[in-house]
Design a protein around this ligand. Structure first.
Ligand code: PAF
Length: 282
């Protein structure tokens, strides 16, 4: 596996691959890789001749009071996982390589897609995500790019950006990978104490309660009934603070009164200081 820290190194390698007629898959990450990331790399390696993974903790997508400095970093272990899963090149730039002095151009998603769900409590987050992801697309020029469905809003916003800006890449969403008790794999799970880790399973449990309401209605239900089932399950644990529970259209992210095929049911909670998100699509 090649390690590249500079944009020009990536461009040279990709140009060589292109001369050989090879297809390229991109898996953007912030490192601290887990089984969820591994599944993205595996999928990319199945579908593309060469796979690039980026490992870059992107400062522009963190709010002032968020965990940029304490975000877990373990590049050596990340490389072992990437190599094992069939990654051809890891792009691991310094902040100054991505945001050199004088950097002043951002990609800002407008409209309702970022005023809801995580966008409500993380203003500016998706501007940072869209900016870095469009830079990564321009640097690596992939045929396909792979993102986890756990970050459902991120996936929807990136698909919108790719359509809006005519970026020639196919965006592929991949299923959430879970622990045995249902907790979605996340780099932030590392922050949980043993008690918090035990309580964290309630997020999946609560979403399952919402799913059962929809199943009982034969695949349709009033959003209010689904929201109530999710909230009631979450509220049983005093250690859990709800950030949001929302029912929206999975593509436009607009609120919907009725759940049916394509509806996204998503929640974010704080367990202690740690914010966890999860969702399902009907
Ligand atoms: O999902 C993530 O880890 C990040 O938001 C991404 C897509 C790598 C952009 O920094």
């Amino acid at each position: 596996m090649i390690t590249a820290e500079r944009v020009d190194q990536v461009r040279e390698t990709v140009a060589e691959w292109r001369r050989e007629g090879l297809s390229v898959g991109l898996v953007p990450t912030m490192g601290a890789l887990h089984e969820g990331h591994a599944s993205l790399v595996r999928k990319a390696a199945e579908e593309c001749d060469r796979v690039i993974a980026s490992v870059f903790v992107n400062p522009t997508q963190f709010g002032r009071n968020e965990d940029l400095d304490s975000y877990p970093r373990d590049f050596e272990r990340d490389c072992e996982i990437l190599e094992r899963e069939g990654c051809s090149m890891v792009f691991h730039p310094e902040v100054a390589e991505m945001y050199p002095e004088g950097f002043s151009t951002y990609v800002t998603p407008e409209g309702g897609m970022t005023g809801c769900l995580c966008g409500r409590s993380r203003p500016g987050h998706f501007r940072g995500v869209c900016t870095v992801v469009s830079k990564l697309f321009n640097i690596t020029t992939p045929d396909r790019a792979y993102f986890g469905e756990k970050d459902a809003q991120q996936l929807a916003v990136i698909k919108r950006m790719v359509r809006d800006l005519n970026i020639p890449v196919t965006v592929c969403g991949c299923p959430t990978v879970r622990e045995a008790d249902g907790l979605a794999k996340s780099s932030r799970n590392k922050y949980l104490s043993p008690e918090e880790r035990r309580d964290a399973a309630v997020l999946y449990e609560a979403l399952q309660a919402g799913r059962r309401v929809i199943e009982a209605g034969g695949g349709h239900a009033k959003s209010a009934d689904v929201l109530r089932a999710v909230r009631e399950t979450l509220e049983r644990l005093p250690s859990v603070r709800i950030d949001y529970v929302e029912v929206v259209d999975g593509e436009s992210l607009s609120p919907v009164d009725m759940c049916g095929p394509g509806t996204l049911v998503a929640a974010a909670v704080f367990i202690g200081e740690t914010r966890l998100i999860d969702n399902f699509t009907v």
